[in-house]
Design a binder for this molecule. Structure first.
Ligand code: PGA
Length: 263
């Protein structure tokens, strides 16, 4: 896991958007896994800026979102379909037919989950998966206890997640209790992963998932089992890490590897 500690939210957003932009420049038909939440809003703003100012081309990109609340139609203002449209899709030149987001209001959600997994396979899998992290350690809506082998499915939301999400809904009763979410198994099959986190409220969970033991009780620890994970944090989210000095040194001295090899 490569860890980059940035000085604030804006820098975290810029650094993460640059990583995504480089991947799109390298592979024009990149399959991009997308996340929702407060964390990636700045990253998406930066991507829109790179698209508008430097012509970053999304015309061949395909995207797959991690999750959606069960029961919310795409036009519901709290749906993740709506979020993606407002924060990214409508501002870039991605073909809407290439934007896959789980549908929350659907007759047969289980059949939908099977179909969604099949679409990911059909395009050759996800090249780069963007992730945020929940205060309970979830990635996508893989709540504590989710199997590391899990696939896209319906998941009951954990108490902490329901409380965290309540700020977007007018009444507690309206906060969804279930979601459709990619599984940990689905996420681990992405070729590369980029996790972003900011703020003091994520400091504990970041220390645990980066430096703690692997456990399904904190599902982000599954990322320790993946071979290519980029983590971009702001300094508040990184404030409880123990090995910060080492992470910074590794990042700043990557060029020395070549020098060592040439010796
Ligand atoms: P947030 O959510 O970006 O709104 O903090 C992250 C998550 O729950 O995955």
């Amino acid at each position: 896991m490569e860890i980059t500690i940035t000085s604030n939210y804006d820098e975290m957003s810029r650094v993460s958007a640059q990583i995504i932009a480089q991947e799109i420049q390298r592979k024009h038909d990149l399959v991009l896994g997308l996340a929702t939440g407060d964390t990636p809003i700045g990253t998406y703003k930066e991507l829109v800026k790179i698209h508008k100012e430097e012509g970053l081309d999304f015309s061949k990109v395909k995207s797959f979102n991690l999750d959606e609340y069960l029961g919310l139609a795409p036009l519901h203002k709290n749906s993740y379909n709506y979020f993606m449209w407002e924060n990214l899709v409508k501002h870039i030149n991605i073909n809407p037919e290439n934007v896959y987001i789980p549908q929350g209001k659907i007759k047969d959600p289980e059949q939908f989950c099977t179909w969604y997994e099949a679409q990911i396979k059909k395009v050759g899998g996800i090249d780069l998966q963007i992730l945020g992290i929940g205060a309970d350690g979830h990635i996508a809506f893989n709540e504590p206890g989710s199997s590391f082998a899990s696939r896209t499915r319906i998941k009951a939301l954990y108490k902490q997640t329901i409380e965290d999400n309540a700020r977007f809904f007018d009444k507690m009763e309206n906060v969804p209790r279930f979601a459709i979410t990619m599984g940990i198994g689905t996420i681990l099959e992405a070729k590369k992963i980029l996790l972003i986190a900011n703020g003091k409220k994520k400091a504990d969970v970041c220390a645990k998932f980066i430096e703690g033991p692997v456990t399904s009780q904190l599902t982000a620890t599954a990322l320790q089992l993946h071979s290519y994970v980029n983590i971009v944090l702001d300094k508040d989210a990184a404030s409880k890490l123990k090995r910060t000095e080492y992470y910074n040194w590794v990042r700043d001295n990557k060029h020395l590897i070549q020098k060592e090899v040439g010796r």
